[in-house]
Structure formats: structure tokens, C-alpha cells
Design a protein around this ligand. Structure first.
Ligand SMILES: [Zn+2]
Length: 298
């Protein structure tokens, strides 16, 4: 047994205050609370696949305020130093005041790519790299680079085709659920050029753009959840592609509801995020995962 530091996020404290009666599809199977334990740290968490948990994580600015304590642990597993540093570096970029969500994700993707070239012993270089990226993001330099990225539709089409082929198990109310499945079914029969026109229209939809701006905190918390709960990216660039894919497809789902004139309230948004967490849409790719991930951000 060893003395370690443990962390409890604010969202969990709030959830524990109430008796647990959630009847969402996740809670009907299992209790959503988990402990992520390694040799020198313990993180208390709950799965975003539960709708009640999703709502608390996504809609509270203080969800990831962490409360710390000393505890004893006998955990055997240990992420290496580099994995822990990259995880912390991603958290630092996610919580930066600068940059819209796509720019933060761009920063995270390029940062991970640079860091994975380093060895865990290269402590000075690891620290310098994290500071450098935070500074470039704060100065707006990464936003300028991001603006220069070309728009590539190919991978957006593939991602939406994968989404259409997945029967998302949401608990949306009948009207919203019906509207969404009609749109997604329509997508499955559209030829590529028509589907591309639809996706471009969504990318340019002013109401969706406003929604994304107004819910910046929600998307930031979604990235923080990935870092805190899943120790993103741990050891692979597929994790970055999966995160970009989820953000892109959740944005599309929100856009489709907006187009159907269905109000995006907290309950509906939480149901969408929880469903995607329960049933992730797996993206395959025939090219560099970083580039494919980045192409989903523009
Ligand atoms: Zn639940």
C-alpha cells in the first residue's frame, strides 16, 4: 500500500448529494460511478454514458473543479510519465481562455503529435513543448495556422455515413427522435455530392454556429471529460481521431435538430452525448489519423 493523491471533481460531489434514481439505459445496466486507479493517483469519476451524469458534466462551468485528498492505494497499473504529461498538457490547452473549440482541438492534435516523438526521459523538452503550445494558443498563432488548413469533405462524408449506419440508441422524446432518424435515413440514400451539399449547408448554418459559440463551455467540458475519465490520449493518435469524430458528429446531430426546428434543451443535448458515449461511432481511416482528425474540425 502506498499513499497517493486522489481527486474528486465537482460534478461527482453534486451527483453524490442526491439518492441515485437515474433510469437511463446505462443505469439500468450498471451504476455509472467508477474509480480510475493507478500507482500514484486516483480519480473518482462517473460515465458520461449516463444521461444524468452527462447533464451535470456538460452544463456546469465548475464541473471539473477538482477536490484533492491523500489516500492509500495498492494499484498495480501505472501510465508512464510521458502519458501523464501529455494528458495534463491536453487539459491545459482545453481550459485555455484563447481559441474556439476547433482551434483548441487543433492545438491538442499538433501537441500530441509533437509529444509522441519525445522520450519519457526528456523531461525538459516535455515541459518546454507544453509551455510553447499554451503560449502559441494564447497568442492566436495556432488560430492563424488553423485558418490556413484546407477544407476536406471526404472524411466528413465517411464519418456521417458511419453515423447513419449506427442505430443510435437515444432516449430522445418521440418528436426529436423521429426528426433525427428521418434525417439520418435520408443521408444513407443520398449520393456523395448531395450529402456533401447537406453537410456544407450545416457547416454554414448560422443558428448552429451560434449554438456552438453559446455552448463553448459544454464542448470544453466534453474534452475535459475525455482527458480526466479516459486519460486521453494515453498512447495513440486514434484517440485524437475518435475525439474529433465525436465532436464533429455531435455537432451534426445538434445541427439536424436545429434544422428540424427542435429546441436543443439540456435534456435533449445530454441524451445525444450519452448515446454517443454508450455507442461510439468507430471511424476507420486510410490516411494519417492526425490529418483525418483535423479535417473534421474545419
Ligand atoms: Zn443514468
Amino acid at each position: 500500500m502506498k499513499q497517493i493523491r486522489s481527486y474528486i471533481p465537482q460534478y461527482l460531489l453534486r451527483l453524490h448529494e442526491a439518492d441515485w434514481h437515474c433510469q437511463c439505459p446505462t443505469c439500468q445496466q450498471d451504476y455509472p460511478f467508477v474509480i480510475i486507479d493507478w500507482q500514484d493517483q486516483r480519480r473518482y469519476s462517473a460515465s458520461l454514458s449516463c444521461e444524468r451524469v452527462a447533464q451535470d458534466i456538460l452544463f456546469n462551468a465548475d464541473a471539473f473543479v477538482l477536490h484533492s485528498a491523500e489516500e492509500m492505494s495498492a494499484a498495480a497499473w501505472q501510465p508512464n510519465q510521458l502519458q501523464q504529461k501529455i494528458n495534463q498538457g491536453c487539459i491545459n490547452l482545453a481550459i485555455s481562455d484563447a481559441g474556439d473549440i476547433p482551434v483548441k482541438l487543433y492545438a491538442i492534435g499538433i501537441y500530441i503529435n509533437q509529444m509522441m516523438k519525445l522520450s519519457a526521459d526528456d523531461v525538459a523538452q516535455i515541459t518546454r513543448c507544453g509551455e510553447e503550445f499554451s503560449r502559441l494558443l494564447a497568442q492566436g498563432a495556432l488560430a492563424e495556422h488553423f485558418d490556413l488548413l484546407p477544407v476536406i469533405s471526404k472524411y466528413k462524408l465517411q464519418a456521417v455515413r458511419a453515423l447513419s449506419a449506427t442505430r443510435l440508441d437515444t432516449t430522445l422524446d418521440a418528436r426529436a427522435g423521429m426528426a433525427l432518424s428521418l434525417k439520418l435515413n435520408e443521408f444513407t440514400v443520398l449520393a456523395d455530392n448531395y450529402l456533401e451539399q447537406n453537410l456544407t449547408a450545416l457547416d454554414q448554418d448560422a443558428q448552429l454556429a451560434t449554438f456552438m459559440q453559446q455552448h463553448r463551455q459544454l464542448w470544453q467540458n466534453f474534452i475535459l471529460y475525455r482527458c480526466y475519465h479516459h486519460l486521453f490520449p494515453l498512447n495513440s493518435q486514434d484517440a485524437f481521431l475518435a475525439l474529433c469524430g465525436d465532436v464533429y458528429l455531435l455537432k451534426i446531430l445538434c445541427g439536424l435538430l436545429i434544422q428540424s426546428e427542435i429546441e436543443l434543451d439540456e435534456v435533449r443535448i445530454s441524451a445525444l452525448f450519452a448515446a454517443m458515449e454508450r455507442q461510439p461511432v468507430r471511424l476507420t481511416c486510410d490516411a494519417d489519423m492526425l490529418l483525418v482528425g483535423l479535417s473534421l474540425l474545419k
